[in-house]
Design a protein around this ligand. Sequence first.
Ligand code: NDP
Ligand code: 8X3
Length: 251
Amino acid sequence: MNQIALITGATSGIGKECAIALAKSGYDIIATGRREERLKELKSELSPQIDYTYLVFDVRDKAAVDAAIDSLPKRWSDIDVLINNAGNAHGLDPIHEGDTADWDAMMDINVKGLLYVSKKIMPTMIAKESGHIVNIGSIAAKEVYPNGNVYCASKHAVDAITKGMRLDLTKYNIRVTGVHPGLVETEFSLVRFKGDEERAKHVYEGFEPLKPQDIADIVHFAVTRPAHVVMTDITVLAGKQANSNTVYKDQ
Ligand code: NDP
Ligand code: 8X3
């Protein structure tokens, strides 16, 4: 039987490309997200050689996370790889002008949601003494940029949780990898700017941003290393990006 990968936030961007990349190399896929139509459609983009199922839940809702994962038939419950990808930025404002609903969303989704999903899946990995957890952090997990305040805090938390997971889970042969991308062109900025397409497009103009496939390649590489190799921490920027706040754009 194929190995099983569960990917959160697989309706779009990095998560969707991770599902496509892992399916191509023979993983059976459990995709999750809130937009069911997209989860249904994803099947047609995956290798026909693998099995596919999906779960619809909001990672903020602990009861929904628990019920969804508990609903998996036995055939799907033995998850080998967990990609904690679901997340977004909400807003880009000076801290004193931040919207507390945006702060709640980022802490609840990026941090607590990641914990809720992991909490359900780690016991199975511990019981079989194998598994791999990949947490999608960000360059915002490593640096703080102007107006990034709470998003950066949420991603610094992801980085700390990643390190904590590695400390606590390595003895059970569970590998833990943090992947920290810079600017990737996805729906990320559309969500951050609440549907403002012009503003979102501008973020990726004047240079070649990373593609979600670039990040999926790296995730794929990390999870397909042999058991004695763990990629712990991978930061990846666009070619013209020097740090979180410095991008050399065409004039
Ligand atoms: P997208 O907006 O394209 O995708 C975000 C995914 O997260 C969607 O599938 C969305 O699914 C899911 N998601 C968001 N909120 C929830 C929720 N409450 N419950 C369940 N699922 C949720 O953005 P990216 O692909 O760019 O983002 C993926 C990850 O990569 C995020 O953690 C982001 O912080 C990180 N990242 C992105 C970078 C970038 O520049 N794009 C750079 C560095 C890190 P749905 O809406 O269907 O629920
Ligand atoms: C997404 C990339 O630079 O907007 O995490 O924080 S950035």
